[in-house]
Design a protein around this ligand. Structure first.
Ligand code: FAD
Length: 429
């Protein structure tokens, strides 16, 4: 029986929203002096905001265990929404409490800094938002040549300065510091996130895997295929459909890690094959990277395989792929030669339909069928072409631009497909 619902995301939200702030609220409720009764609520808001800021920082370290549970794209959505909510609570906290001296100054600095970072990040760092609100997307496209993603990352990191300011703000408040149980939780949460952050930075810099670029060829207009051979000591765990963060540490301008999905099934070969479309500075510079260049990468990330493994192995798979979003799904098809798979693959131009040779090979399989064309398939066209009993016993995997993914999810749901039967992974964060 197909599992129709995925509770992990909902539970994660509940845990973050309610359980994490609870010890801070509880210890404050017991320990705050009655003189401040008028400000209790605003103080709780401040504590909740701080705990959410810490969670947002923790999520930015891309914890692998959570990625396999809910996926990085959803983690980034949580990160963004939590940050917005935290800033709103800080606003309420600030307008309903009175403070002086450095307590006031650190609080104000943190608030204005966060507000500035928020405004900047909503335009440049929130793909989940820009892909939904065309107006912000247009501003982003317009300003992006000036504010490159690499700079945006550094501006975004000022959140850490704001968090330190909030930390100082709290430890300057005598009547709060006097509440020992609160301070234990406060230091424990802050310390945990500090260690997790530093650890993630160390592993990203030193502990990430190394490999060598063995092949770099153009496979279509503006799309390159890169083959990377991980070093022998690189103990990489990759699953079909995964993506890795990859960079070239020896080449100026290509040192920042970027996410790219696997083309091949990692169960068949140790090599990592990526297909990359030239969308910006990093991806358009790849034609100049020679074979033999050292590669740094981290991963694997992604949940296509977890999603499939959590469901009965005799379910059918329908793949809806658009443009470069087809890449992780190639890896999935590669890894499942015996599953019933129907694939619908579209692109804007004939020339963008890549890996025709792979599809030809796979069509020799007994259980694989593909339909590909320029321009969208209609929902009825897709559903009509499936055998009668398929809809209930089928998993739908979608890969493509966010707009296309949302379109298919809406249409599938409208035609009775349950949310738990559909999985997609966005390329815009
Ligand atoms: C999970 C995932 C898998 C992906 N798989 C593929 C793939 O297989 N093939 C492919 O061609 N593309 C893939 N992408 C997209 C690819 O990562 C971006 O196109 C690339 O990072 C753009 O970098 P750039 O400097 O060339 O362009 P820029 O002009 O800097 O960026 C273009 C857009 O890409 C996004 N972006 C830039 N840098 C990063 C980064 N470090 N992390 C996250 N997003 C970033 C930003 O939203 C930006 O607006 C994937 C993205 C994600 C999130």
């Amino acid at each position: 029986m197909i599992k129709h619902h995925n509770y992990a995301l909902g539970l994660t939200w509940m845990f973050i929203l309610f359980v994490i702030p609870l010890p801070l609220i509880q210890t404050l409720a017991v320990g705050l002096p009655a003189d401040y009764a008028d400000e209790f609520q605003a103080i709780y808001f401040g504590a909740i905001a701080y705990s959410w800021m810490l969670v947002a920082i923790y999520l930015s370290t891309r914890p692998k265990w959570l990625d396999r549970l809910i996926g990085l794209p959803d983690m980034y959505v949580i990160h963004g929404i939590l940050s917005i909510a935290a800033i709103y609570l800080i606003y309420l906290h600030q307008s309903e409490t009175e403070s002086m001296g450095w307590i006031k100054t650190t609080g104000n600095w943190a608030y204005w800094l966060l507000l500035g970072i928020l405004a900047y990040s909503l335009i440049f760092m929130a793909g989940w938002l820009t892909s939904r609100v065309p107006f912000i997307g247009i501003i982003k496209k317009w300003l992006e040549p000036l504010f490159k993603h690499e700079y945006s990352i550094w501006i975004h990191r000022l959140t850490l300065v704001a968090t330190v300011l909030v930390f100082i703000h709290v430890i300057l408040i005598n009547y709060v510091v006097a509440i020992t149980p609160f301070m234990i939780w406060f230091y424990a949460y802050s310390g945990f996130v500090l260690v997790a952050y530093v650890w993630a930075k160390v592993t990203n810099t030193k502990g990430s895997f190394r490999g060598t670029l063995t092949k770099n060829i153009e496979i279509a207009d503006n799309i390159r295929e890169l083959t990377i051979r991980p070093n022998d000591d690189a103990k990489v765990t990759l699953l079909p459909g995964d993506y890795v963060f990859m960079s070239f540490p020896t080449i100026k301008g290509l040192r920042e890690l970027h996410p790219f999905s696997l083309v091949n099934s990692p169960t068949d070969s140790k090599n990592i094959v990526l297909a990359i479309r030239g969308d910006g500075d990093f991806t358009r510079s790849l034609d100049g990277v020679p074979d033999g260049t050292q590669v740094k990468f981290t991963g694997g990330y992604g949940r296509y395989d977890t999603f499939l493994s959590n469901q009965p192995q005799d379910t059918n798979i329908v793949i809806l792929a658009g443009g470069i979003g087809v890449v992780p799904l190639l890896s999935v098809v590669d890894a499942h030669p015996n599953r019933n798979i129907r694939m619908f693959y579209t692109a804007h131009r004939e020339a963008d339909l890549i890996y025709g040779d792979k599809f030809k090979n796979w069509q020799n399989r007994e259980h694989f069928q593909i339909a590909q064309q320029v321009g969208r398939f209609g929902i009825s066209e897709v559903l009509r072409s499936l055998p009668n009993d398929w809809q209930r016993n089928t998993l739908f995997l979608i890969g493509g631009p966010s707009k296309m993914m949302r379109h298919w999810k809406r249409e599938l749901r409208r035609h009775g497909v349950m949310a738990g039967q559909i999985y997609s992974e966005e390329f815009d964060w």
